[in-house]
Design a protein around this ligand. Structure first.
Ligand SMILES: [Zn+2]
Length: 65
């Protein structure tokens, strides 16, 4: 699993900048509640996309991306 750059982490849905954390795992933890989604592009490339807690909750509720 590739790891996105440490800097410039933004919610892919609303653009909110993620809080600065030592590691991605800290951001994903229950402390911050962010989620890292892995999307496969049409060309087969893997694109990582962050979701803030608010957008992730919406996504779960609406089952849309
Ligand atoms: Zn968001």
């Amino acid at each position: 699993m590739s790891v996105p750059p440490k800097e410039g982490r933004y919610c892919g849905a609303c653009g909110t900048q993620a809080p600065k954390t030592d590691t991605d795992y800290t951001l994903i933890s229950s402390v911050h509640g962010w989620r890292l989604l892995r999307n496969i592009g049409a060309d087969g490339s893997i694109r990582m996309s962050w979701r803030c807690p608010t957008c992730f909750a919406k996504r779960r509720a609406q089952a849309i991306e």
